[in-house]
Structure formats: C-alpha cells, structure tokens
Design a protein around this ligand. Structure first.
Ligand code: DAH
Length: 345
C-alpha cells in the first residue's frame, strides 16, 4: 500500500469532504449529523472498511492501519470543531451579557439627612454670631433635666407618663434645656451657646409625633440682655432657613425655667401667613418655647441675677424641617425610605 494508492486517495477525498462539512456545521446537532454520515455504522468509513475484504490477505493489516490512522485524524478534526463551536457560543453569550451600549445604573449617591441639614443651617446662623456649639448626654440626671430648671417634683412633666426613666434619678432627657445647667455650672458668664441634640418623650407615634426627636437649645447670658435680643435672634434664624419675608411672634406662655415665657411662632412659609393646610389656617407655625432665664435657674448655677440675665429658647428641628419640605407625615424622617430621602436631598 503506497501513499497514492486508491485507498489513501479515497481517504483523502473523505477528509476533504469532512473538513468542508465540519466548517458548515454551526452547532452540536449538525456536528453529530456529520459524524453519523462519516463515522457511523452505515457511514463512509464503514464503506471503506468493507473494501479491505477484497484486498489480497497480505495487504489487509496495512490497509486496516491506514484506515484506523485516518479515523483517528477525523476524530481530532471533530474534536477541534466542537471546541471551536463551544468557544464561539461562549463568546456570543459574553457579548450579550456585556452590552456596552446599555444605559448604566447610576450609583446611589448619599445625601445629608434633612434633619441634620436643617440642624446645621440653624446652627450656622448662631455660629457666625459667635455662639459655641456644645453637645451633652442623652441620659440625664433628673436634677439637670428637672430640678435645676425650676421644675418642681410635683410638676406634670416629671411624671413617668411623659418621660423614659432608666432609674429613679436617671432619665432620657425630655429636652435640651439641661445643657443650660451643665454649661453654666462649669463656665462663668458671659456665655452664648447653641445645643443640638436628640430628646425623648413618651408620646404615641403618629403623623405629627415621634418619641425621639431633635431640638436646638439656645442660651445667651450677659449683663443687660433683654427680650428684644431674643426676638431678633429668632427672627434672624427663621429668615436664614425660610427666607427674608419671615416674621416671628411671641405668644405669652409658661415654662418653669423662664420668666417671662413665650411660645415662638414664625410666618407659615407655605402660605406666607395667609392661612393654609400646613399651618391649619392660622398663618403661623409653632417652633418651640423661649423666654428670659428664670432668676432661680441663674441662682442655682451660682450666677447673680442682679448682675447678669439671659434669654433661652428650645426649637423643635423636626417641626422646622417638616415645614421646610412641605411634608405631611413626620415619620418619614425615621423611616428613611431612600426614595423619600432622595426627594428631600
Ligand atoms: N425645653 C422646652 C421644651 O422642650 C422648650 C423651651 C422653652 C426651651 C423655653 C427654652 C425656653 O430654653 O427658654 O418644651
């Protein structure tokens, strides 16, 4: 048997045909089809094998080897085509998985929480005027939270109903006012401070009440301080946050730690004072309490009320932020739904 014998020629023809068909086969099924036609039991190779029987006995083993070698070569061709198809299929899948023309998902960018932002804006107004920003503990002695602020033991604010008591003498502060005591006890007058912080009350949660909320306390103590200074400061603060058209009004009120005392309102920014849903038709939004520091409080911290006096205020931050953003449910501040926060950012 020589390389150009009829058998090798025949096998060469088969190989050429096989190569052509393999390159046409575009998937596993088509490939299998080709295999059956060439290597299958009634395929081309079987037909070639049958011709061995017609050869002289001496040539048969050689012819058998040549056919086996050819079959091994065909198997290799099949295997190569199979790998090629698999690689193409993978590349196609990757092309689909990474579509660079597809619009991207914008990254979530954080923002400052509306409560923090309102707090910062209010504080900035006072910081620019030389007030020191101080913070204190949320767990307070009932002395600082109540007694020293002239709130007697039988005062309703001291009942467990309104406050979270941790021990008979320890309470989650119900307001930021105890910081007045802490700061005055440690520093001689004059002083000017603002105190941002979280406070706690046993209120039922609803659209207008949280049991943990934020206040800013303000305190200015110096000789000759009067109510006009207080009103000027609060008016400036409201104009900073809501705009230059804001007014502030004082309504006579009572707090044990101030005399006189006032509830502080500012022009409803939603309607400019005409009356609307936000302000319940009154044209005013309540911000908190204020007044002239009570002489008993000054005496309690060792100050002489005949030499210095002071004003103080406590403003609810949620109330301000709520009004600022025209919201209708205060719980949105603590639920922290990203969609809502994004809107408020
Ligand atoms: N501490 C009061 C409260 O939480 C608010 C307040 C009223 C604070 C009058 C003051 C003040 O500093 O002078 O309801």
């Amino acid at each position: 048997m020589t390389p150009d014998s009829p058998l090798t020629e025949q096998l060469g023809d088969i190989e050429r045909a096989l190569r052509a068909e393999l390159s046409q086969a575009q998937n596993e099924d088509a490939l299998e089809d080709v295999r059956v036609r060439f290597l299958g039991r009634s395929g081309e190779i079987t037909a070639v094998r049958r011709t061995i029987g017609k050869l002289p006995a001496g040539e048969r083993p050689g012819a058998g080897r040549i056919i086996n070698d050819a079959v091994a070569e065909y198997e290799t061709l099949f295997e190569r085509r199979r790998e090629e198809l698999a690689r193409e299929a993978l590349e196609e899948r990757l092309r689909q998985a990474i579509d660079v023309t597809f619009p991207g998902i914008p990254p979530l960018v954080g923002s400052i929480h509306p409560i923090r932002r309102t707090m910062d804006d209010l504080l900035a107004y006072f910081e620019r005027r030389g007030f020191a920003v101080v913070v204190g503990p949320e767990i307070e002695s009932d002395y600082n939270n109540f007694d020293a602020l002239n709130i007697p033991p039988d005062h309703p604010a001291r009942e467990g109903l309104d406050s979270f008591y941790l021990r008979p003498d320890l309470v989650l502060r119900t307001h930021t006012s105890p910081m007045q005591i802490r700061v005055m006890q440690r520093n001689p007058p004059p002083l000017a401070i603002v105190v941002p912080g979280r406070v706690y009350r046993r209120d039922a949660l609803d659209a207008r009440h949280l049991y943990a909320f934020h206040q800013i306390e303000g305190l200015l103590v110096a000789p000759g301080v009067h109510l006009g200074h207080l009103k000027g400061a609060l008016t400036g603060m409201c104009r900073e946050v809501f705009g230059p058209q804001q007014s502030v009004r004082f309504r006579p009120s009572f707090f044990p730690f101030t005399e006189p005392s006032a509830e502080v309102d500012t022009t409803c920014p939603a309607c400019g004072g005409a009356g609307c849903r936000t302000c319940g038709g009154s044209g005013w939004i309540e911000l908190g309490g204020a007044g002239m520091v009570h002489p008993s409080v000054l005496r309690e911290v060792g100050y002489d009320p005949d030499v210095v006096n002071g004003w103080a205020f406590g403003v609810g931050i949620e109330r301000v932020a709520f009004t600022r953003h025209g919201m209708d449910d205060i719980r949105a501040f603590v639920e922290n739904d990203p969609a809502v926060l994004e809107q408020l950012a």
